[in-house]
Design a protein around this ligand. Structure first.
Ligand code: BES
Ligand code: ZN
Length: 645
């Protein structure tokens, strides 16, 4: 009790002295941060299933509670350098603070009184980097690390002007999830160790840095040089460190609604804003479903096409691929997804990557609830049905229904956490929640889900905590319900349990009739196709026979205009089919697509399929990859380089 009180006072004192720099001037698109008692980081879970095998940190001895970065971005040298000041909560007898480090160069470590602290690095693991061990004095509560990132830092992608829409200025963005922030931020890089953070970022004037936190003082030019400007940011809620994110470029802001807006290069901004016009409505719908939105603003940034993901839920500022812009808002379930992470993932966060499904499965379920609220039941039911197909495919790709990699709680020890980045986490996780919803009814389920987010807001969670919470607050001793749900089977066993809620068989009735007709040899029906939405088109393409003769592919392409579509999901589905059939006429579209975007989900399967087809595909893969490689993010090239093209 006394210790708790002391910690509280200490944390308040620390956070009071940390509000850096000039008085907050609120910049466009950023709300003033509300100081919160949440600045006291939630304690680290001490159970065995919450021990993170992908971090070297020993948080029960000494853990980071606040990170203060003062960094300059050097585009010429492709480094970010400066200081990181870490506040720590420690056991009285702790001797060391252990951080994660992958590549960044340490120039010195001191305590708050500027006296040097000894440090060393442990043995290096190719995937996890090295432990960074700092010796603490008995009274050390703050350490200051002077350092710089290396040009090959895995979290950072440095784009030259040619790789941007404007072609005039360079661009930089970071991608922390899962374990990449340890290449540019010296801290304890584990999702269970929540940290508040702040940053002063100095960039060449003419460029604008944005981060996953409210912006404080804007546009302060530095003493160092009139060509440089500094911007300040502060996240006063404790977040998992993979959620610290930075983007720098020639970007502008356009408001969308009261607390929503979008950043993008000026060339991309108008189309991005049109595509995102439903965002404010989505936030309102999400609040109605999941409880109040606790992060202040919900802004987005549309990045250059090399961004390796569809989206990334960086708090207050979702990072987006430009490939979701279809002109008709048909791919905006991506926004519903990233927004839903403001509850599932960013409030209640997987303590380790073994429980990644708690982030992504819950979010995929929540995404479709938002889609239902905005676009209606039919659209949501169709997306559920597309998910079911994706799940079937994921089970096959992960070793079949008896493979341990089809469990929700996966064993990732000795493997990179991103091995778990499969549709098992997304779609088996979502199917699990849908099954529970079907069993207890929507009203009860929704009340429980809101409670789940509230009870675990700003805290790490595990599968065990999830199941215990369900039992305590939803099942409440109902033996029949417990037996019906088979909770442990869903989470800890392989395959898809037989009690999975059925999806709506009528969701794609018309499309399925057309697929059958095409299978019987009928010509593709362009009129129907024109009337279909994107999900219907995807169902059609993904369910066609995988082997088709060139004549039939030509008929499809001719009637439906597939190679020329501006919808990147539809184009991808078509190109997969084309590659599987060595359909030469689609190769120019294929090459354009692969050279024009670096989204891992699109690029990886296509290049892999090409590379596996030694005679026909491999020369194409080689040619495209050589051309496109500079565009691709390090986390994509790392995998594709292994194909030895
Ligand atoms: N958080 C993920 C992206 C991610 C996961 C990055 C794991 C690195 C490691 C994000 O929310 C996501 O799921 N993005 C999807 C979008 C989607 C399923 C609508 C993507 O990028 O395709
Ligand atoms: Zn996600």
């Amino acid at each position: 009790m006394i210790r708790a009180l002391f910690l509280l006072l200490f944390a308040l004192a620390v956070s009071a002295c940390q509000i850096v720099g000039s008085p907050a001037r609120v910049s466009a698109g950023q709300a003033a941060p509300v100081p919160l008692p949440a600045a006291i980081a939630a304690p680290v879970l001490a159970t065995a299933d919450a021990v993170d095998p992908h971090s070297y940190a020993k948080p029960l001895e000494a853990r980071v509670t606040n990170v203060a970065l003062d960094l300059a971005v050097d585009f010429k040298a492709q480094t970010i350098g400066g200081t990181a000041t870490l506040d720590i909560d420690r056991q009285a007898d702790a001797r060391q603070l252990v951080l994660d480090r992958q590549g960044y160069v340490v120039q010195g470590v001191t305590d708050a009184a500027n006296s040097a602290l000894p440090y060393r690095f442990g043995p290096e693991d190719k995937q996890l980097g090295t432990p960074f061990i700092i010796d603490l004095k008995p009274d050390t509560r703050r350490v200051v690390i002077r350092y710089r990132s290396r040009p090959d830092a895995g979290a950072l992608q440095w784009l030259n002007p040619q790789q941007t829409a404007g072609k005039r200025q360079p661009f930089l963005f970071s991608q922390g999830q899962s374990t990449f922030n340890r290449t540019w931020i010296p801290t304890q890089d584990s999702p269970g160790i929540r940290q508040t953070w702040e940053a002063r970022i100095t960039v060449p004037s003419g460029l604008r840095p944005v981060m996953s936190a409210p912006s404080l003082g804007a546009g302060r030019s530095t003493e160092r040089s009139p060509e440089l400007v500094s911007y300040e940011f502060r996240m006063d809620k404790p977040v998992a460190p993979y959620l610290i994110a930075l983007a720098v470029g020639d970007i502008r802001f356009q408001p969308l609604g009261a607390r929503t807006g979008v950043w993008a290069e000026p060339e991309t901004l108008p189309a991005a804003a049109r595509e995102l016009e439903d965002t404010e409505k989505m936030v309102i719908a999400a609040e109605r479903l999941f409880g109040s939105y606790r992060w202040g603003r919900y802004d987005m940034i549309v990045l250059p096409p090399s961004f390796p993901f569809g989206g990334m839920e960086n708090p207050t500022l979702t990072f987006l691929t430009p490939t979701f812009i279809a002109g008709d808002k048909s791919l905006t379930s991506l926004i519903a997804h990233e927004l839903a992470h403001s509850w599932s993932g960013n409030l209640a966060t997987n303590a380790t990557w073994a429980d990644f499904w708690l982030n992504e499965g819950t979010t995929t379920y929540a995404e479709r609830r938002i889609v239902e609220a905005i676009y209606g039941r039919e659209v949501a039911a169709q997306q559920v049905a597309l998910g079911t197909d994706a799940l079937g495919k994921a089970v096959e790709e992960n070793g079949g229904a008896s493979s341990a990699d089809t469990r929700l709680h996966v064993d990732l020890k000795g493997r990179h956490p991103d091995v778990g980045l499969t549709d098992i986490a997304y779609e088996k996780g979502a199917a699990f929640l849908r099954t529970i919803e079907a069993a207890v009814g929507r009203e009860r389920f929704d009340a429980w889900l809101r409670g789940w987010f509230d009870r675990h807001a700003f805290q790490p969670v595990t599968s065990a905590i999830f199941l215990a919470d369900l039992r305590q607050h939803l099942i409440r001793g109902d033996r029949a319900l417990e037996a019906k749900l088979q909770l442990d089977r869903w989470v800890y066993q392989a395959g898809i349990p037989g009690n999975v809620a059925a999806d709506d068989l009528k969701a794609f009735a018309e499309v399925d009739t057309a697929i059958a007709a095409f299978g019987r040899g009928q010509a593709p029906d362009a009129t129907s196709w024109r009337g279909w939405n994107t999900d219907e088109r995807l169902r059609f393409l993904n369910r066609l026979p995988r082997k088709l003769p060139a004549g039939r592919l030509a008929a499809l392409d001719g009637a439906l205009g597939l190679s020329a579509t501006g919808n990147n999901e539809v184009l991808f589905a078509w190109l997969e089919l084309a590659v599987a059939n060595r359909f030469d006429p689609a190769v120019p579209a294929l090459e354009r697509f692969l050279a024009g975007n670096g989204r891992r989900k699109f690029v990886r399967p296509l290049i892999k399929a090409l590379a596996d087809d030694r005679r026909w595909g491999r020369p194409i893969a080689r040619r495209v990859y050589r051309q496109a490689r500079p565009l691709y993010h390090p986390l994509v090239t790392r995998e594709l380089d292994e194909l030895k093209l």
